[in-house]
Design a protein around this ligand. Structure first.
Ligand code: HEC
Length: 110
C-alpha cells in the first residue's frame, strides 16, 4: 500500500516535471481555437472599436510573441489601461496568452 502510493506520487512528480516546461511554450494550433473572442476586433484592417472612445485596433499578426504576452499581462495587471482589453486579458490564463501569441506570431496572420 505504501509502496503503491509512493509509485503514484513518483509518477505525478514525473508528469509535472514533463508538463511544466511545455506550459511556457505557446501552441499556435491551440491559440487558433482561442481567437474567436479576438477576431471581432483584431484582424480587420483599419477596424476601430468605438467603446469607450474610438480606438484604432492594433494589428496582432506578425507581432513578436513576447510582446503580445507582455501586453496581455499588462492589461490583466492594470498596467495598461483599456477597459475592453483589460476585461478580455483578465479572462485569459498564461497558457491562453502563450497560445494566442504563438498563433498571431506566425507569418501571414492578420
Ligand atoms: C472589443 C474589441 C477588442 C477585442 C474583442 C479584443 N481586442 Fe485586443 N485590443 C483592442 C484595442 C482597441 C486595443 C488597443 C488598446 C490600447 O490602446 O491600449 C487592443 C490591444 C491589444 C493588444 C496590444 C497590441 C499592441 O500593439 O500593443 C494585444 C496584444 C491584444 N489587444 C490582444 C487581444 C487578444 C489576444 C484578444 C482576444 C483574446 C483581443 N485582443 C480581443 C480591441 C479588442
Amino acid at each position: 500500500m505504501k509502496f503503491r502510493s509512493l509509485v503514484i506520487a513518483g509518477l505525478f512528480v514525473a508528469l509535472v516535471s514533463v508538463a511544466a516546461p511545455l506550459l511556457a511554450e505557446g501552441d499556435p494550433a491551440a491559440g487558433m481555437n482561442k481567437t474567436a473572442m479576438c477576431a471581432g476586433c483584431h484582424g480587420i484592417p483599419g477596424f476601430r472599436a468605438a467603446y469607450p472612445e474610438t480606438y484604432q485596433v492594433p494589428k496582432l499578426g506578425g507581432q513578436n510573441p513576447g510582446y503580445i504576452v507582455a501586453a496581455l499581462k499588462a492589461y490583466k495587471a492594470g498596467e495598461r489601461n483599456h477597459p475592453t482589453m483589460k476585461a478580455i486579458a483578465s479572462s485569459l490564463t498564461e497558457q491562453d496568452m502563450a497560445d494566442l501569441a504563438a498563433y498571431y506570431a506566425e507569418p501571414g496572420k492578420k
